[in-house]
Design a protein around this ligand. Structure first.
Ligand code: GCU
Length: 602
């Protein structure tokens, strides 16, 4: 009984804040809440505030007007001005902009409701897990507030053990994708502000004590030592045995969990088949704890720099990459494995061994598919352009998103680079903001490389990459747009770059727009011929960049942007894709494909 009270206290104590993130959800005992949900468009937040703006969920007895009560009139007289069950329906996961025509440009509040039954057995615990909600979510179950989460591209979960009932549960989520200066990203982005529950919603059933998280990777600098930890939620000293087994490596480690609920380990392993693009070997790993078996597929590889070289498994590599936004074939947020295969197969067809997932952590299907396909990954948080670097809450938000991304993906061999930012303006505040993010990253994962996409400036006719924060980065990445935002393509071969850093350099973006099927002379902007010539000339210049270790042209596929408005050409799309949003390959695709084919043979 005592334990049950503790558990109840534990659960109740946590209601109202996102709890420690549960990792490896795809391999747990789950029930999906994906599918058809009801939704209510609520631009005045009528379901959240009274007419005098009292917040309903802060009231001792919230009014029937609070949408999270999913209330239905008790009789013919009672006044209730909403009804989820009679409201429109939408498919979750999925943004509302691409599913509901009148919501294409909508930025504001939409409520979602899903009813479900769940028979939770005694001594079991239940959590609700969201892959991502853009941008801010207020989450309720059976009228009780679970918490509020900010950040549109990282997962979070809440325990609902003490709230869920066998029949008639209603999960209500208020989503607000209004942009604010202090948010991450801030108000100005070159991508569509897709709102909604854009990734999977999953119920996770666990034992009273369970494996919450773990890290199983090669120890930094030691290719024969698997190191990491297993973290137990609600640790009970009477059950302290953990086993980590990797049969193919003859690993069968047994350890004891400490009072902090954690067991750290270092396991010697011989004859590892190291993960690489040519050999994307993933091992079956099983963690046993207290009757729970949690399986994962994990690759082992080393990634490091040596001077200006990037070494994968001790061998120098060149990153043949492409940048990718998270959009599906219907002009909405991608999420499924099918979406991931469509994008990553195109990257493979281009000749890539690497992808830059811009400008935010993509869904888990994307990184797990990259693991399987042998594509190295740059994963980035949306510290994009002019976030509020002097705002402490903005920093905490960025750090929380970084923590969630690393917690979710730290066992993915494909991820080799954590990126802190994109094209942020130089200032002391910004330098400190990013240096703090770098330091934080290293406390969570000291094995991967750290970078950021930097801007450059011109010094006596030479492109200079000497951003101060380069000192804190392992890889110097920069974006340049010769021939699109300035510069002269004819002189490309006489355009030179330099950097004071003896570190690997990646051109993280270059490119230009072309409307697929629009043809003309190579000097006519927006034609495929212009984009083709831009690639030809840029590649001649890029080949000469000192310490060049990779590139990720901007971008694989045309993508929606509210900033791209030229009628008949852009129509709300950024057209720098090598492939159109209708899947047509442009002439520049083949220029890049040829260049990578030659590079691969070097
Ligand atoms: C910038 C930015 C991208 C943007 C691109 C463009 O470098 O990083 O997010 O889409 O340039 O202007 O097309």
């Amino acid at each position: 009984m005592k334990k049950l009270i503790t558990l109840l206290l534990l659960t109740t104590a946590f209601i109202g804040q996102a709890q420690n993130l549960i990792s490896n959800v795809p391999n747990r005992n789950t029930t999906s809440l994906n599918g058809v949900w009801n939704y209510i468009i609520d631009p005045y937040q009528t379901g959240f505030y009274s007419f005098h703006l009292d917040q309903y969920d802060k009231q001792a007895k919230p009014s029937n007007g609070a949408f999270f009560n999913n209330y239905h009139a008790a009789n013919k007289q009672e006044l209730v001005e909403y009804d989820f069950d009679k409201s429109a329906q939408i498919t979750i996961p999925g943004d509302w902009n691409s599913q509901v025509p009148e919501l294409k440009y909508y930025e504001g509040n939409v409520w979602f409701k899903k009813s479900f039954d769940y028979d939770l057995k005694d001594k079991k615990r239940l959590f609700v897990y969201f892959g991502a909600i853009n941008y801010k979510a207020d989450v309720y179950l059976n009228g009780k507030k679970l918490g509020t989460h900010e950040g549109g591209f990282t997962p979070f979960n809440y325990e609902v053990t003490s709230i869920v009932k066998p029949k008639g549960n209603y999960l209500v989520v208020k989503v607000d994708n209004t942009r604010h200066k202090e948010d991450v990203p801030t108000v100005n982005t070159d991508w569509w502000n897709y709102g909604g529950i854009t990734r999977d919603v999953t119920l996770i059933e666990e034992n009273e004590s369970f494996i919450e998280d773990y890290n199983i990777q090669l120890k930094k600098g030691n290719a024969a030592l698997i190191s990491g930890f297993v973290k137990i939620n609600n640790f009970n000293p009477a059950q302290n045995q953990v086993t980590v087994s990797i049969p193919e490596l003859k690993v069968n480690y047994k350890g004891k969990v400490g009072a902090d609920g954690i067991v750290n380990f270092e396991i010697p392993a011989k004859k590892i088949s190291y993960w690489s693009p040519e050999n994307p070997k993933l091992y079956d790993v099983t963690i046993d704890f207290n009757g729970q078996k949690l399986r994962d597929n994990i690759g082992f590889r080393t990634i490091e720099t040596q001077g200006d070289k990037i070494l994968l498994n001790g061998k120098q590599i060149f990153l043949r990459g492409i940048s990718i936004h998270e959009e599906n074939a219907k002009g909405g947020r991608a999420n499924s494995e099918e979406d991931a295969l469509r994008l990553l197969n195109w990257a493979k067809e281009l000749g890539c061994n690497y992808v830059r997932l811009a400008h935010y952590p993509h869904n888990e299907n994307m990184v797990r598919t990259a693991d399987k396909m042998g594509l190295m990954v740059w994963e980035e948080i949306p510290v994009y352009w002019t976030v509020e670097f002097t705002n402490k809450n903005t920093y905490q938000n960025a750090q929380d998103q970084l923590t969630a991304a690393i917690t979710r993906d730290k066992n993915r061999a494909s991820i080799i680079i954590w990126s802190m930012a994109n094209e942020t303006p130089v200032s002391d505040a910004r330098n400190n903001f990013i240096k703090d993010l770098v330091a934080h990253t290293k406390t969570l994962d000291n094995t991967r490389l750290i970078s950021a996409a930097l801007l450059t400036h011109n010094v006596k006719g030479v492109g200079m990459i000497d951003d101060e924060i380069g000192k804190s980065l392992d890889i110097i990445a920069f974006n340049q747009y010769l021939g699109w935002y300035g510069g002269n393509l004819e002189n490309a071969e006489k355009t030179f770059w330099d950097t004071p850093y003896n570190k690997p350099v990646i051109v993280s973006e270059f490119g230009g727009d072309a409307k697929a099927g629009f043809h003309g002379e190579k000097n006519e902007r927006w034609t495929e011929e212009y984009q083709e010539y831009l690639y030809i000339q840029n590649l001649k210049m890029i080949e000469k960049i000192p310490h060049l270790s990779g590139l990720s042209p901007w971008i694989l596929v045309d993508f929606r942007s509210p900033k791209r408005l030229l009628p008949g050409i852009q129509d709300g799309y950024n057209r720098k894709g090598l492939i159109s949003n209708d899947g047509e390959k442009k002439k520049a695709f083949y220029i890049m494909q040829d260049w990578y084919a030659k590079k691969k043979k070097e």
